[in-house]
Design a protein around this ligand. Structure first.
Ligand code: 5GP
Ligand code: MN
Length: 343
């Protein structure tokens, strides 16, 4: 067993209560990873609760144990209590407490350096203040890291069941774009084989995640595609979903999931952005995707106060929609040659 795995396992054995935090706008990977780990920890006799900064999108609500997740927006005092009592605080699928939203992050800051924090994540540049870290940006998903951890500690053989396998399979499947993104490895497929053998209903999971579009969600996608801007001389494209459009199609969390990937499906395009002006939110969300060596983690950090991975990242803008689009266009021009080299 690797040293870090052993250290974390020892901490778990000593602990009684744990909080596992996922990131804002939770996705299949953070939820699958956190819920699988919590499920096994519960079987080990520990109190472990998953906390999400905001609501679980509809396309993931079928996942086992989602009914047990504490949503910070709705259960502030319960979350406060859980954090107060926790011996260990896990950051799952994100690299800093800042990714849990302004208010929860502020709360967490008070515990940094006082309680033991553990990070299990595959994003670049993990927060150095976190005590114990399993951080591997070469892994395609955090769920694969959780699977490896459970296997190495023997917890998998002792406690994993069909639901645990379903959760981890969902995490791996969603973050690898169904086993097609660059970091999908032999190890990823070995994990998938073991998960299916354990009972993960792979076809059912695909259908739940990808084939449950509402008519409105499909129309939103159609709108985004029809209005896609292409800047061929820089190998870039972008799409904008403004508030009026989202409202027209009765936007619900999760409805924009996956849209950004279409911007990179064009031949000759190596960089794309989806700009979303979320209702009930002052700041504008940006999603970035790239091909090859154009590094969107660096791009997101430099221009839009964000981050992520080399080929998939996100950021925010507090400027107006028009100014945000202008800033993006300018940033694309600044990086024109670098993008084009990968197109
Ligand atoms: P998405 O575009 O799917 O929301 O996010 C793509 C990747 O970038 C994900 O791995 C996500 O965790 C990361 N990401 C998205 N938004 C932000 C952000 O505002 N800050 C940082 N640091 N990472 C982000
Ligand atoms: Mn992930």
């Amino acid at each position: 067993m690797e040293k870090i795995t052993r250290e974390i396992y020892e901490q778990i054995q000593k602990a009684h209560q744990m909080v596992l935090l996922v990131h804002t706008h939770p996705d299949g990977d953070c939820l699958g990873s956190a819920l699988a780990l919590a499920r096994v920890l519960n079987k080990l006799g520990k109190k472990a609760v998953v906390v999400s900064p905001d609501a679980i999108p509809e396309y993931l609500q079928w996942m086992p144990d989602t009914d047990k997740v504490l949503i910070y927006e709705n259960s502030r005092s319960e979350v406060d209590q859980a954090l107060q009592k926790a011996d260990l605080i896990f950051l799952i699928d994100h690299n800093t407490p800042k990714r849990t939203g302004e208010q929860l992050a502020e709360k967490l800051e008070k515990y940094v350096g006082k309680k033991t924090f553990i990070l299990i994540d595959h994003h670049l540049q993990p927060d150095p203040r976190i005590d114990l870290q399993i951080s591997d940006p070469d892994k395609a998903s955090t769920a694969e890291l959780v699977f490896d951890f459970l296997q190495a500690t023997g917890l998998w053989d002792r406690y994993a069941d069909r639901e645990t396998a379903t959760l981890i399979y969902t995490g791996i499947m969603t973050d690898t774009g169904s086993f097609r993104f660059g970091k999908t490895s032999a190890g990823t497929h070995h994990a998938a084989a073991e998960l299916i053998a354990k009972g993960a209903p792979n076809e059912y999971i695909h259908v739940q995640v990808y084939d449950t579009y509402s008519y409105d969600k499909m129309q939103l996608l159609a709108h985004a595609l029809r209005h896609m801007k292409v800047i061929p001389e820089c190998g870039a494209s972008y799409m904008v979903l403004d508030r009026q459009t989202l409202e027209k199609y009765h936007y619900r969390p999760g409805d924009t999931e996956g849209i950004v990937n279409y911007g990179i499906s064009l031949k000759g395009i190596a960089f794309t952005t989806l700009i979303t002006q979320l209702p009930d939110n002052d700041s504008i969300k940006l999603s970035f995707r790239s091909k090859g060596n154009f590094d969107v983690n660096t791009f997101a950090r430099k221009y839009f106060n964000g981050g992520g991975h080399k080929n998939a990242a996100g950021g925010r803008s507090s400027a107006s929609l028009a100014d945000t689009v202008e800033k993006l266009e300018k940033a694309i021009r600044e990086n024109c040659n670098k993008i084009l080299a990968n197109a």
